[in-house]
Design a protein around this ligand. Structure first.
Ligand SMILES: Cc1cc2nc3c(=O)[nH]c(=O)nc-3n(C[C@H](O)[C@H](O)[C@H](O)COP(=O)(O)OP(=O)(O)OC[C@H]3O[C@@H](n4cnc5c(N)ncnc54)[C@H](O)[C@@H]3O)c2cc1C
Length: 399
């Protein structure tokens, strides 16, 4: 659908055409089903197939491997557009693309050629497996271990909260290949762990998943625990980069794009909350006039609009820096932090503006209100984002 005009990115008119096409799809095939599927926590199988057709599972993968090769800037705009309608859908391809980004950035040539075309086509969809029951922010405390045995690795341990864990077919899994290493990050690696061997079509032993974890929001998409019990895979296809000890840096490196994505999703939530609020405020009357004419409501709308625009600009700024190949942990951190806090504030203000109807399951506001807080937690909590921003600020001022 989109033609890549260079290694990363498409022309403005191609981008417009793509956004228009996705917009028509959201209107035609998504919008009217969100309320029901959200409340039933139903996995959107049909929409996943449609997203495959759009090439979204290869959105950021290079055309050399069958992807669309979109820039982070275009990608972020798509994510925002879809999140305005149903944020859960973006998690399905974003978690997958985090896995793909790690393979594309750090994999051996053989691994890129082996995995990426399968990922780009959505034939294997996947996840990023970092978090464990006892380790989220402090990734060096993970306990999943992969020990070398001849040409293979044998994996034991548990992951939790893994998006796409059930419906996805593979995970970029952060493990300890040297549990005694000091510092611990020096003994960490990433293994690409599929459920089924793509060569033989045979399911691997020792890999099981829990049922769908029950969550406040972010419904539809599956979050799961993964259990590895003497799960055995060969090193050549699965140890990303072919060298042990690089996994921590790969995981942290992959998070920059992830944070831009979370910022973009947050902008979508914030914008929807704003748009719903403007429409409702014009329609709902109290004391003989639309509530939009009350100054108390105008103060809310003004603040929501300014914050939404600022969040959007910070997200574009981070995406541009990422596309330019610059170090952008500070920019991505600022975008993620500010945009997610804006999503939370806007969702709450939208609820106040809607009065009792904001609390009703018949309006989208209560969904936005449940979705928004996850943006403050995922891809590094907002507490950590502020620390990352400050550390970079100090380091750059000394440079
Ligand atoms: C719906 C959902 C989907 C998810 N999807 C995935 C996924 O696909 N893959 C994956 O790997 N993970 C996933 N996660 C996990 C998510 O990334 C973690 O929840 C997150 O990183 C925080 O880790 P934690 O929950 O262990 O909190 P903790 O690390 O225990 O943190 C608890 C609190 O302490 C604060 N804190 C921790 N350390 C510090 C410090 N040094 N200084 C100041 N404050 C600190 C945190 O900010 C937080 O407020 C998902 C989580 C959810 C809820």
């Amino acid at each position: 659908m989109a033609t890549a005009s260079d290694e990363r990115g498409i022309s403005e008119s191609d981008e417009r055409a793509m956004l228009d096409q996705i917009g028509r799809w959201l209107d035609r095939d998504v919008k009217d089903h969100v309320m029901r599927m959200e409340h039933a926590d139903e996995y959107p199988h049909e929409m996943v197939e449609q997203m495959k057709d759009f090439g979204l599972f290869g959105a950021t993968i290079s055309p050399d491997y069958g992807g669309l090769g979109l820039s982070a800037t275009t990608y972020a705009r798509i994510v925002t557009q879809i999140s305005e309608v149903w944020m859960s859908l973006t998690g399905i391809f974003n978690s997958h693309l985090m896995m793909a980004t790690i393979v594309e950035k750090f994999g051996t040539d053989f691994q890129k050629e082996y995995w990426l075309p399968r990922f780009a086509a959505g034939e294997i969809r996947g996840a990023l497996g970092l978090t464990e029951p006892d380790a989220g922010t402090d990734l060096q405390a993970i306990r999943t271990v992969a020990l070398r045995d001849g040409d293979d690795y044998v994996v034991n341990g548990n992951k939790t909260w893994i998006s796409n864990g059930i419906e996805g077919g593979a995970v970029a899994l952060l493990v300890k290949t040297d549990p005694e290493a000091k510092p611990p990050r020096a003994g960490m690696s990433i293994l690409l762990t599929p459920k089924v061997d793509p060569d033989t079509g045979k399911a691997y032993d020792g890999y099981t998943t829990s049922g769908k974890m029950q969550k406040l929001g972010y419904k539809g998409i599956d979050s799961a625990e993964l259990m590895f019990d003497n799960y055995r895979i060969d090193a050549r296809r699965h140890l990303i980069g072919g060298e042990e000890g690089e996994g921590f840096y790969m995981a942290v490196g992959g998070l920059e794009l992830g944070r831009i994505n979370i910022a973009a999703r947050s902008v979508g939530i914030a914008r929807r909350a704003l748009n719903e609020s403007v429409a409702y405020a014009k329609e709902r009357k109290t004391f003989g006039k639309p509530i939009a004419n009350h100054q108390a409501i105008q103060l809310k709308l003004g603040e929501m609009a300014a914050h939404t625009r600022a969040a959007e600009l910070l997200t574009e700024d981070a995406a541009r820096a990422y596309d330019a190949g610059e170090r952008c942990d500070m920019e991505a951190g600022m975008a993620k932090y500010f945009a997610s806090e804006t999503a939370v504030e806007n969702a709450l203000e939208a609820m106040r503006i809607h009065g009792g109807y904001g609390y009703s399951k018949e309006y989208p506001i209560e969904r936005l209100y449940r979705e928004a807080p996850l943006m403050c937690i995922g891809e590094g909590t907002n507490e950590m984002q502020r620390i990352i921003i400050a550390k970079q600020l100090i380091a750059r001022s000394e440079a």
